[in-house]
Ligand binder design. Structure first.
Ligand code: CIR
Length: 267
């Protein structure tokens, strides 16, 4: 049976100085954040993942949010160029860790792209054009993945940090979405579950094998997913939410981790 790895990274003390875009700075309890992060890692283990901790990066305030540093597909991984310059130093250690499992390509030059802006739905990668990801980032991603049979669909994100703040996959057929932040017409072939209007951040869930990890802060939206048959595991993610993080951003999930790698085209 294939292994599923989940790469994570410890919550650094410097998280008090994290990037914030749509959220006002509020005091973050480091002990509580680390306890919640450990419980999140246990949820990943319970869902069938082998959790692999990347090296700590104490000087990088946002380094727990590993999702933004890479896009991982079956055939290759792409090391990103995060849109926030303060985050660029997080990428190399992710690329190094992935080299054992995938051929790793890199974005270059004027491209910016955060992994949180890439929603993979089968062979289509929706790429949020946001404050963090630009058209050149989407263009370079297309160039890298097209030979492997993937289409890239850029999509505007307004009012949210990332595309996956606005929409994620909750099950084989269901997407959970905040329709204020993304054009739902682009996902017409999916069963769309809108967030409860009182829970705008509830559209960020993490599907791992047959389990969908979600934040316990959003009971109304979670109930909507539950009645659609989504198998949910709720975690308390309230501290890292103060750093504008959701449940997708603290892990890079790599299925079939033991597959043989093929030579990289770039980088
Ligand atoms: C940042 O602004 O980069 C971090 N404070 C939060 C990143 C969250 N990442 C994600 O949702 N993929």
């Amino acid at each position: 049976m294939s292994r599923t790895l989940a790469f994570t990274r410890a919550v650094p003390e410097s998280i008090a100085h994290c990037e914030l875009t749509h959220v006002a700075r509020a005091p973050l309890d480091l002990v509580r954040a680390r306890a919640q992060h450990a419980a999140y890692e246990r949820a990943l283990t319970d869902a069938g993942c082998e959790v692999v901790r990347l090296p700590e990066l104490p000087a990088h305030a946002d380094s727990v949010f590993v999702e933004d540093c890479a896009v991982v597909l079956d055939e290759l991984a792409i090391a990103t160029l995060p849109g926030a310059r303060s985050r660029r130093g997080e990428v190399d250690s992710v690329a190094a860790a992935f080299a054992a499992h995938r051929s790793v390509s890199r974005l270059r030059g004027a491209a910016t792209l955060d992994g949180g802006d890439v929603l993979a739905l089968g062979r289509t990668l929706f790429v949020g054009l946001s404050q963090r990801t630009n058209a050149e980032g989407a263009r370079q991603l297309r160039e890298l993945v097209a030979p492997h049979g993937y289409a890239v669909e850029p999509i505007a994100v307004t009012g949210a940090l990332h595309l996956k703040t606005a929409i994620t996959r909750a099950s084989e057929s269901v997407l959970v979405v905040n329709p204020c932040w993304v054009d739902t017409a682009r996902f017409a072939h999916w069963e769309l579950v809108p967030v409860d209007p009182s829970e705008p951040f509830a559209a960020n869930v993490l599907r791992v094998r047959d389990t969908t990890i979600c934040s316990a802060a959003f009971p109304r939206t979670n109930e909507r997913l539950h009645v659609r048959g989504v198998s949910l595991v709720q975690v308390d993610a309230s501290e890292l939410a103060k750093a504008e993080g959701g449940v997708t951003c603290c892990a890079l999930v790599v299925p079939s981790a033991s597959r043989q790698i093929t030579p990289s085209r770039r980088g």
